[in-house]
Write a protein that binds this ligand. Structure first.
Ligand code: DAH
Length: 325
């Protein structure tokens, strides 16, 4: 096999001797027929032995070639597994969605379950069942986007309260996060689509102290353990009494700064004790059950948490802004 240094060359040698058509051995075999019959067996045996020897030798040589080729590859194809990987561009959770999840997780830890409802809602669920009958002035506060006379893009997450109570009996302890819509012009603090998390707790003996305690526990986990809340009387048709809830400013801890405009408090949500009329609408006995509810803006909390000055940044999908979260 001298002079053979590659598998290609080896194949050429194999063809030369062993090819069925043109190989030296094949040609010799064919000549056997013209030998005197007495000589044929011996000559045939000889040729077969020769074939065996050649085949064996070729195989042995092939193994040798392969292992030396492997040795060369092992030497040259060195893989450094300690090199850093390729920096593939990775997606991120949108900041609104991050805050949404964080809020949801806190409430779930507190024992709330998560409900959802349709974004296209009927007049009944969005208004009527929440004690906002036709002609009620509260309808004007919420610039509604109508789909038809009877269908609206929900203006708040409160209709999920009704859907939940219609579907089951107390005790109820739910949150309902989602998108809501209003006919608002876009500016730094307004968007025609934004997000809310509704809360609803109904059972026997629920009081306003439970409302305050739950919300305070929530904000202490979301912001910091020393966060306080305060409630101011307010009006929402579906609760009585109703309250506006403020949290102590998360930037100055209540001392007064630019964000809280020196007051030490930031207005953050609406809440109250579920109105007996709402209970009657869903067939709950208002003499037996009491409950509280709230509705808070996710976007507003994201703005505070991340100190983003302009709500529009969240919805313009500029990757330079979004990749910072
Ligand atoms: N639905 C009200 C809004 O969007 C917020 C709200 C206020 C929800 C008081 C409540 C509540 O559940 O009790 O403006």
């Amino acid at each position: 096999m001298q002079g053979v240094s590659s598998l290609d060359e080896l194949t050429a040698v194999r063809d030369k001797y062993l090819s069925r058509q043109r190989g030296v051995l094949a040609l010799e075999m064919r000549k056997l027929g013209s030998l005197p019959s007495a000589e044929r067996p011996a000559a045939g045996q000889l040729l077969n032995r020769l074939k065996g020897v050649v085949t064996e030798e070729l195989e042995r040589f092939q193994e040798e070639l392969k292992s030396s080729a492997n040795a060369v590859r092992l030497k040259t194809e060195f893989l450094d597994v300690s090199l850093p990987g390729f920096p593939y561009p990775e997606g991120k959770i949108h900041p609104i969605r991050r805050v949404w999840r964080e809020m949801e997780e806190i409430f779930v830890r507190m024992g709330f379950s998560v409900e959802t409802g349709p974004q296209i809602e009927s007049d009944y669920y969005n208004f009527e069942a929440l004690n906002i009958p036709k002609g009620h002035p509260a309808r004007d506060d919420q610039d509604t986007l109508y789909i038809s006379d009877n269908l609206v893009l929900r203006t708040h997450t409160s209709p999920v309260q009704i859907r939940t109570m219609e579907g089951k009996e107390p005790p109820i302890r739910i949150i309902a996060p989602g998108r809501v819509y209003r006919r608002d012009a876009v500016d730094a603090t307004h968007s025609p689509m934004f997000h809310q998390i509704e809360g609803l707790v109904v059972d026997e003996g629920i009081t306003m102290a439970d409302l305050k305690g739950s919300l305070e526990a929530f904000f202490q986990q979301l912001f910091s353990p020393d966060t306080k809340i305060r409630m101011r009387p307010s009006y929402f048709p579906f609760v009585e009494p109703g309250a506006e809830v403020d949290v102590s400013c998360i930037f100055c801890s209540g001392k007064g700064c630019r964000v809280c405009k020196g007051s030490g408090w930031i207005e953050i949500l609406g809440a109250g004790m579920v109105h007996p009329k709402v209970f009657s609408m869903v067939g709950y006995d208002p003499e037996k059950y009491t409950g509280f509810a709230w509705g808070m803006g996710i976007d507003r909390i994201a703005i505070l948490k991340y100190q983003v000055e302009d709500l529009r940044l969240f919805f313009e999908n500029d990757i330079r802004f979004l990749s910072q979260f």
